[in-house]
Structure formats: structure tokens, C-alpha cells
Design a protein around this ligand. Structure first.
Ligand code: ZN
Length: 298
């Protein structure tokens, strides 16, 4: 499922193709994409709209129009967008919508699982819509340890679950939560409210670093995700814990373990990420495991 780095990559690639262009013809082939509205009606409303900006908020892609309206796209599990200069090629049964732009190029929306959504919002509707659904943007300067700390206060849920909640931090999903917790040396099952101030500071920095690493490699391609120009992400080759059960931690050499946390498959290092808070402090002062298989950090 695309998370912040994947959606941001899509935004970066689409932006120069879309800004200033008019939606000439719009075809929506799947009622699920725009329900409860009628596909034909939504398509007709979109035709003639000229794009003023392509933004992102959490995992939402926002196509803003000069009219003040906005098209809010959520890719959910398997949604993807493709920009094609000279025709879309062979028919694709998973193609759910096509927008023909006024320069003759096409933007196609593909979705195998069909959980993705397109929502056309009238001027003034976007901010209130997002306000109740997404918390702070983790890559903005306003996302500080103090702010994250406030969001975690009093929460007994595991930190993994708290971070998957889009109202805590916008844009994190299963991959980047695991990566950020590993970077911060925090166990995924630690109750959120028990994090010490220095841990929250480390976690804040780790979230930013994990996301920036993902954006720098154009996201992670595991199954369906590709960039709008047909490229693949490269982040999957750089995961520190995600999907690496049994392989050595790049920091200490201990085999990565897989558990369930927040209802999701979760990868972590049993040595670097201790569960007991007291033991956590002890682990920082004790020596690292004496194993010959220790791998250097790459
Ligand atoms: Zn480790």
C-alpha cells in the first residue's frame, strides 16, 4: 500500500504534467471509485476543470483546480496513476479511470483491489474534510517532538498502532512505521504513553529520516506500486527491518523477528528494540552482543 514516500513520488512526477492543463475528457469506469456519486456525473463535473496545483496531505493526493474545487485521490491498497504522452496502449481490465488532458496526453488510474477513491470537493470543503482525518505532516518543520509527544499522551495502544493512526502523524503505514521504530530503537509493542521524552525526540527524527530515505529512492515497489512514468521505486532494497525476518540487523547482527502489532505483521530487532522500559535503559549501557556475524551498518 502506498505510504507518504510513494504518494509524494507520484505527486512529484505528475505535477509538471498536470499544472496548467485542462481536463478535456474524463472516463470513470468503476462506480466504486466515486461512490456514492454517479461516475458519469462526476466525470462531467471534472471536464473543463484546469489544474492549478498538485498537492499531498498524508497519503492523499490533491489535484487543485483554478475553480477552487479539488479532486482528492486516495490510492488505498493497489491504486496507481500513469501519465502517457502518446496513448495508453493495450486495454487494461484494471484501468478504472482515464483523464485526457488538453495537450493530448492521458492520465490513467489503475486499481486491482478497487479500494481507491476519487472525491470531488467544492471550494472550501477540502480543509474541513482533511482536518478530522489526518494529523500533522511529518516532514514539515512544525512536526516536532513536542507535537508528537502531545499526540501520544495518555495512549495505552502500542506505539506501532498509534503511529498507524493517521491522526497521530499523517502518511505513515506498515513499512515506514517499522523502519522508523527500528531507527529510533523502540519496540513496536511499547505502550505509546510510556515513551520517555528522549525517545519521542529520537522517534520524531527517525520518522523524518525513514520517510526521506523512501522519497529519495522513489518509494518502495513491492507489488503494484510504480511511478506515473512507469518507473519502479528502489526503497525495497534498503529496508532495515521490514520484510527481513531471520536476516541480521544491520546495526547489531541479531536476526530480525516478526510479530503482530497494531493488527499488522511487524518486523523489529529483538536486541536494538527492547520491550521493557528499564531493560531498555540497561541495554543502552551494556555491551553489544558478542557474535561473529555482526554486520556493519550500510
Ligand atoms: Zn539490532
Amino acid at each position: 500500500m502506498p505510504e507518504l514516500p510513494e504518494v509524494e513520488t507520484i505527486r512529484l512526477v505528475l505535477e509538471p504534467h498536470l499544472v496548467g492543463r485542462r481536463f478535456d475528457r474524463v472516463e470513470i469506469n468503476d462506480p466504486r471509485l466515486v461512490r456514492p456519486f454517479e461516475p458519469m456525473a462526476v466525470a462531467a463535473e471534472l471536464e473543463g476543470e484546469r489544474v492549478s496545483a498538485v498537492d499531498r496531505r498524508g497519503k492523499y493526493l490533491i489535484v487543485r483546480f483554478e475553480s477552487g474545487r479539488a479532486l482528492l485521490i486516495h490510492l488505498r491498497m493497489t491504486g496507481s496513476l500513469r501519465h502517457a504522452q502518446g496513448g495508453l496502449g493495450a486495454d487494461d481490465p484494471h484501468r478504472r479511470a482515464v483523464v485526457k488532458l488538453d495537450d493530448g496526453s492521458d492520465v490513467a488510474y489503475r486499481d486491482v483491489r478497487r479500494f481507491g477513491t476519487w472525491l470531488l470537493l467544492e471550494p472550501g470543503e477540502l480543509d474541513p474534510y482533511l482536518e478530522t482525518r489526518v494529523g500533522g505532516e511529518p516532514l514539515e518543520r512544525t512536526f516536532t517532538a513536542r507535537r508528537l509527544g502531545e499526540r501520544l499522551e495518555g495512549r495505552r495502544a502500542p506505539i506501532k498502532a498509534a503511529l498507524l493512526d493517521q491522526r497521530t502523524v499523517a502518511g505513515l503505514g506498515n513499512i515506514y512505521v517499522d523502519e522508523a521504530l527500528w531507527r529510533a530503537s523502540i519496540h513496536p509493542l511499547r505502550p505509546a504513553a510510556t515513551l520517555a521524552p528522549d525517545e519521542v525526540t529520537r522517534l520524531t527524527r527517525s520518522i523524518k529520516e525513514a520517510l526521506k530515505a523512501g522519497i529519495a529512492r522513489q518509494g518502495a515497489t513491492l507489488r503494484d506500486y510504480s511511478t506515473p512514468d512507469g518507473g519502479r521505486g528502489r526503497m525495497q532494497d534498503r529496508f532495515r527491518v521490514y520484510g527481513r525476518a531471520g536476516r541480521p540487523c544491520t546495526r547489531c547482527g541479531t536476526p530480525i523477528d516478526k510479530i503482530r502489532a497494531g493488527g499488522r505483521g511487524t518486523w523489529y530487532c529483538p536486541f536494538c528494540q527492547r520491550l521493557d522500559v528499564g531493560g531498555y535503559a540497561a541495554s543502552r549501557s551494556s555491551s553489544r552482543p558478542s557474535r561473529s556475524s555482526r554486520h556493519s551498518s550500510v
